[in-house]
Design a protein around this ligand. Structure first.
Ligand SMILES: [Zn+2]
Length: 312
């Protein structure tokens, strides 16, 4: 049973939007791709785990803090013991020398096992402090079939793509009825989940320097055209109802520039291809409250329903 589902991180969402609207530096771009790939891997992992998730309390993408140290967990499966999964979507050849991990061309990467062990150790202390006495077992799962790790010692807690069915089998065997103690632990951990603000890590940008237009909901490019009722993407062919596309763009603007005042003129400039302010007003009216009026005055808009803003 899924207690906490996986959503794209705010940082990934924002970098994806920025990638369409400005030139990211090579470093920012590679960070963006890293996050995009990471999420893709986690989605593949989730699909595999669907087979067994009913037997566990499943918490995805937890960000916890113990003793001023933040740590992130890709997936936690709680039953009579706690399974912690660190998921990687590495592609290509890698090799290990001692504690160090390298790509095939010899570039050292962060040791993912150490990252996982650090999370496990912090989680163990946290769970103990909360008053639970449960075993934790961590596994590093590689989900990309085009991944190969040379010189990997046999005893490492690693699952390679072709071993995933065996992992599922083992989990299946461990399924026992979920007890109160397990739900209590899940509830406590969920209440301790924190949110991370990515804004400090992001490249600098302002409203003026971002490219305007409505991005495609599928391929995220700005290569779209607006017809009377539909947004059509010239890159991938995706069609979307224009009102939902405009509302999505408003949300995008809010995520990118949370401090900016939201006005109808601003939205029109942002979407670029909506001809009249009246059309914008009509489209956002259902979801936002408009205040301010009169000649020359602009409308300030506020969300009617806070739930409209997707949070991480
Ligand atoms: Zn598209």
């Amino acid at each position: 049973m899924i207690v906490k589902s996986r959503v794209e991180s705010l940082e990934l969402q924002i970098l994806r939007m920025l990638n369409a609207r400005m030139n990211l530096s090579p470093k920012e771009y590679s960070n963006y791709l890293y996050l995009e790939k990471g999420y893709e891997g986690e989605v593949i992992f989730d699909r595999w785990m669907e087979e067994v998730e009913k037997g566990f309390l499943v918490m995805n993408d937890l960000l916890l803090e113990y003793g001023n140290t933040k740590f992130q967990i890709d997936s936690l499966f709680i039953s009579k013991m706690i399974h912690l999964f660190e998921v990687k979507y590495f592609e290509g050849d890698y090799f290990i020398e001692g504690d160090r991990w390298y790509t095939s061309n010899g570039v050292e990467i962060k040791n993912p096992l150490q990252q996982m062990e650090r999370a496990e150790s912090l989680l163990r202390r946290m769970v103990r402090d909360l008053g639970f006495n449960m075993n934790i077992e961590s596994t590093l799962v590689f989900v990309n079939p085009n991944f190969y790790l040379y010189q990997a010692p046999r005893n490492l807690p690693i699952i390679f793509p072709n071993q995933i069915p065996r992992l599922l089998n083992n989990l299946q065997k461990q399924i026992t009825p979920i007890r109160n103690i397990h739900s209590n632990l899940a509830e406590r951990l969920l209440s301790l989940h924190t949110h991370d603000s990515p804004y400090e890590r992001l490249p600098g940008y302002s409203f003026g320097m971002l490219k305007k237009g409505i991005a495609c909901s599928h391929c995220h490019t700005l290569n779209t055209i607006v017809t009377r009722k539909t947004l059509i993407c010239n890159s991938c062919g995706k069609k979307e109802n224009i009102q939902s596309a405009v509302l999505r763009s408003v949300r995008e603007l809010q995520l990118l520039l949370p401090e900016e005042e939201l006005t109808v003129s601003r939205i029109q400039e942002w979407c670029k291809s909506i001809k009249t302010k009246k059309a914008i007003r009509n489209m956002v009216f259902e979801n936002y409250t408009l205040s301010g009026c009169g000649r020359g005055a602009h409308y300030t808009i506020k969300e009617k329903d806070e739930g409209f803003l997707l949070i991480e």
